[in-house]
Design a protein around this ligand. Structure first.
Ligand code: GDP
Ligand code: MN
Length: 384
């Protein structure tokens, strides 16, 4: 789940990081400021370069900037709100971030003296990086390593060290995947303030933070994910991270679904996404057909359905599949591989085969067939 800047800042402040005085329009802008920064609240960065960060020097000017921003878009991003802050007198723009490095299996932190809107092009040598051992936690020498890269005078150095520790605590304590401050502003009076905040919380940790309410922007949001939530099915959407349409997986039960998913992924074939039926059959065949319809939204090369029912009847799922196939935008039946076991397995086989899909009771055979089809599709794509 992504947070808007003002939400992220509230969270940083909770962990002791200084933020500018600010108010969300139409609340009264912070007093005692000669000028203000009017900031469009969107779920994306780069606002500075796209007119989403504007300076105002009177209340009238604030109002006219708000009138333009509110309800508009920045690129293709909806402006969800407008946030008004006291304008900082910035002397230096630093960069500081903490995030989960999945490849390394650790939290990493990076700091750079070259913060601001051009951080993407900052030279590698200007960026200091540490990796935090989960058993030891953030060590003093690591904090100093980041501090050294910034070349700060003693007093600010001490303040910066506190911010590093606070940002790490915020990432871990809030179950965030990313907590980035860019710029971390050093003001002319020597204070260090988070002038921006980009925070992404771990969707899977939502249950541990029940006070947060329903997220507005999930980390991996798409029409597919929204449809899964509507249908109370558990979806995974990988399409942003894979290079071919790959295989879409549907199963009943998290264990079976993820095992099927892993089988495809371990064979080196892209998994476009997955759905765990999450008890869909209990809500009827029609509802289950809707869930299978959601799976088709992944536009994969192959659909691998793997189900095992000992109490419910597998043929209800087979019927739901047929229902889903009769609807608009259903994929070619030859690209659907079904493995089903359990109650009424033989009836299911007949239904699935009559519908023109591939059926097998063996997971090994089902996976082999799905992988074959996916590789065929990939070769065909390459030949074109
Ligand atoms: P982003 O472009 O979406 O990352 O938005 P930021 O909040 O980081 O703002 C972009 C840039 O605007 C910053 O790097 C600063 O240079 C500038 N900026 C933002 N707030 C202030 C402020 O209070 N005072 C000054 N002088 N510049 C600011
Ligand atoms: Mn920024």
């Amino acid at each position: 789940m992504k947070l808007l800047e003002h939400e992220g800042k509230t969270l940083l402040a909770k962990h002791g990081i200084s933020i500018p005085a600010g108010a969300l329009w139409p609340q009264t802008p912070p007093a005692a400021s000669a000028s203000w920064v009017v900031k469009a609240q969107v779920f994306a960065g780069g606002r500075g370069k796209r007119g989403g960060i504007r300076i105002a020097s009177s209340h009238a000017e604030i109002a006219s900037l708000v009138a333009v921003m509110q309800g508009s878009t920045l690129g293709d991003e909806t402006v969800h709100a407008v946030y008004i802050e006291e304008r900082l007198d910035i002397a230096r723009e630093l960069y500081l971030a903490a995030f989960i490095d999945r490849d390394r299996g650790r939290v990493a932190m990076i700091a750079s003296a070259a913060g601001g809107v051009d951080i993407e092009t900052a030279a590698k040598e200007t960026i200091a990086r540490i990796e935090i051992d989960p058993l030891i936690g953030l060590a003093g020498f690591q904090i100093r390593q980041l501090r050294r890269a910034l070349d700060l005078p003693p007093e600010q150095g001490g303040e910066f060290e506190k911010i590093v520790a606070a940002l790490y605590a915020a990432l871990v304590g809030e179950d965030a995947e990313l907590a980035e401050i860019n710029p971390l502003a050093v003001t002319r009076t020597g204070a260090i303030v988070a002038a921006d905040a980009k925070i992404v919380l771990d969707d899977d940790a939502i249950g541990r933070h029940s006070a947060r309410g329903t997220p507005v922007a999930w980390t991996s949001d798409s029409a597919f994910m929204r449809r899964c939530r509507e249908l109370d099915a558990i979806g995974v959407d990988n399409r942003g991270r894979i290079s071919s349409p790959g295989v879409a997986v549907l199963g009943n039960g998290a264990g079976l679904t993820m095992a099927t998913y892993d089988l495809v992924a371990l064979a080196g074939v892209d998994v476009a996404g997955a759905i765990e039926l999450h008890g869909a059959l209990a809500r009827g065949i029609e509802h289950t057909a809707e869930v299978i319809g959601a799976l088709f939204m992944l536009e994969a090369d192959v659909y691998l359905i793997n189900a095992f029912y000992q109490l419910r009847s597998t043929d209800a799922l087979a019927q739901a599949l047929v229902m889903a196939l009769e609807r608009a935008r259903a994929p070619a039946r030859a690209r659907i591989v079904v493995r089903m076991r359990g109650v009424n397995q033989h009836a299911s086989q007949k239904i699935v085969e009559d519908a023109g899909c591939f059926y097998t009771p063996s997971l090994r055979d089902a996976a082999a067939k799905a992988l074959d089809l996916a590789r065929d599709a990939k070769t065909r794509m390459a030949a074109r």
